[in-house]
Design a protein around this ligand. Structure first.
Ligand SMILES: [Zn+2]
Length: 84
């Protein structure tokens, strides 16, 4: 009988490739918020949030100017994504 044995190959079936999300990313450059070099910049509108005080209401100001932010800045600071 011919040996049709199982071929022992170690296939890495689920290679976890880096999912470079093409989500409004514009590639590499310098972050305009923190000045760090980044490869995942995205265009955003900076948002200023002025917290409410005893005599004023909270105020949210969205700048019209587009800035290029790195991911850490986008996760830490208030902003509005492009087209948002
Ligand atoms: Zn940054």
């Amino acid at each position: 009988m011919a040996a049709g044995g199982a071929v022992d190959r170690n296939v890495a079936a689920s290679v976890n490739a880096m999912s470079a999300g093409a989500h409004s990313g514009i590639g590499a450059g310098t972050c305009e918020s923190c000045g760090a070099a980044a490869d995942d910049l995205a265009e955003v509108h900076r948002v200023y949030v002025i917290p409410a005080a005893w005599d004023t209401e909270e105020k949210v100001e969205v700048l019209e100017e587009l800035e290029r932010w790195c991911f850490p800045c986008r996760s830490q600071y208030p902003h509005q994504p492009l087209g948002g």
